[in-house]
Design a protein around this ligand. Sequence first.
Ligand SMILES: Cc1cc2nc3c(=O)[nH]c(=O)nc-3n(C[C@H](O)[C@H](O)[C@H](O)COP(=O)(O)OP(=O)(O)OC[C@H]3O[C@@H](n4cnc5c(N)ncnc54)[C@H](O)[C@@H]3O)c2cc1C
Length: 423
Amino acid sequence: MEWPGYRDCVDADVVVVGAGAAGLAAARQVSEAGKRAIVLEARSRIGGRVHTDRGFAGFPVERGAELLHGSSSLSRTLAETAGLTVLPAMSIWRGRVVDGGRVRRLLPWLLPATGRYVRIVRAVRSHGLDPDASLGDLLRGRRAGGRLGRLAVVLANDAGTDLDGLSVRYLARVMANGEETSRQARVAEGYDRLIEYIAEGCSIVRDAPVTAVRWMSDGVQVEADRCYSARRAIITVPLGVLKAGTVRFEPPLPPPKDRAVTELAMHPGMKVLLRFTSRPWPAGASYLLLDDDVPVIWPPHPDAPVLTAFVMGPRAAALRRPPGPVQRVVSALVRVWGERVRRDLVDAQVVDWGADPWTLGGYSSEPPGSGHQRAALAAPCGPLHFAGEATDDIAPGTVSAALRSGRRAAVEAIRSIDAAATR
Ligand SMILES: Cc1cc2nc3c(=O)[nH]c(=O)nc-3n(C[C@H](O)[C@H](O)[C@H](O)COP(=O)(O)OP(=O)(O)OC[C@H]3O[C@@H](n4cnc5c(N)ncnc54)[C@H](O)[C@@H]3O)c2cc1C
């Protein structure tokens, strides 16, 4: 390589930018292939959007990712391999819904809407072709409001957006490709223990925000706390960080990559953690559909008086407005259980991922009409490989997606280094 100052750089086969699930999975795979990987992480901790808090309550509380989605997802399989305790969570049987100020069991409440629900799912599945529409449009076209509308709001919230921001073409694709997600679970020891397991043996430099990546046909030079040079780089910074241009690429990334970064969406995402002296919600409820402002809340532990509100997309931005997220969530709870909620509140924390400079959003989503951009975001570009939840087509916005994408990018980088060596 011919860059000035090259001799002063720390050298590796692969530099990985970001020590979240994607970056660590990539680094581990590269190391296991006998190549030297260095992970550069902007924060002083690893894990990215996996961040377990052990100070808020007497048990691990998740500020970011919380669930292992599905019985055979990659995150769950790895958690079991790591010997972690995997506990069932979010059973629909124990779901509740607040309707007309009263708390009801979710399944009997949903029953009258089942026929229409099945028809909507069929409509979504058969909607794989153009023209695209938003889920909001599809529901309005079928005059499906009421209970189905409530359910759809929760679905869009889970997808990191709202009804008008959710592409039906995307939903159809995820339904066709996606993993089984009905059986949810938590890691009793904390999600970060899974991250630590994946990170074992990886060479990680913390407090090393990457500001520039210079690339040419067969090598990269990366500017962070110091200079690093490598044969290949794996970029795993979140979509929000790519959108913000925090990392300067020299030369700039080609137009298809730029288009993918622009067309995919990254809305704010928020958790509000609340601790009370006692629990106003019914014992045994695994989650509650609350209202339009706060679509879903849940107790992260079955026996503790702690609640997590989970608000994604434009609703998370709305929650920031005065009097602020805590007061807005508490007011929603007061509407159900009265003023005792305010009186019994001991502590609260807002985790606003959209305001976090190293994430700048909750997770990626696909607005209606956006092209199929995840493949373009994932595509290698010279010596640069791309990973992270936003590049996954099976279950984007999950830890499994990030892990899978990291492994995929590692395989690409290893093959490309080996191919160059035989030329
Ligand atoms: C509130 C919330 C709840 C969620 N719940 C779940 C859930 O229950 N289950 C689930 O499976 N998923 C969940 N997710 C999604 C899951 O957390 C993410 O999909 C996954 O963790 C993303 O991993 P990643 O490696 O792609 O990105 P990240 O974890 O964001 O990692 C990227 C890393 O890059 C670093 N970085 C950024 N910029 C730079 C730079 N310039 N230089 C160096 N490093 C940089 C960041 O600090 C970060 O460590 C949730 C996400 C949120 C926000």
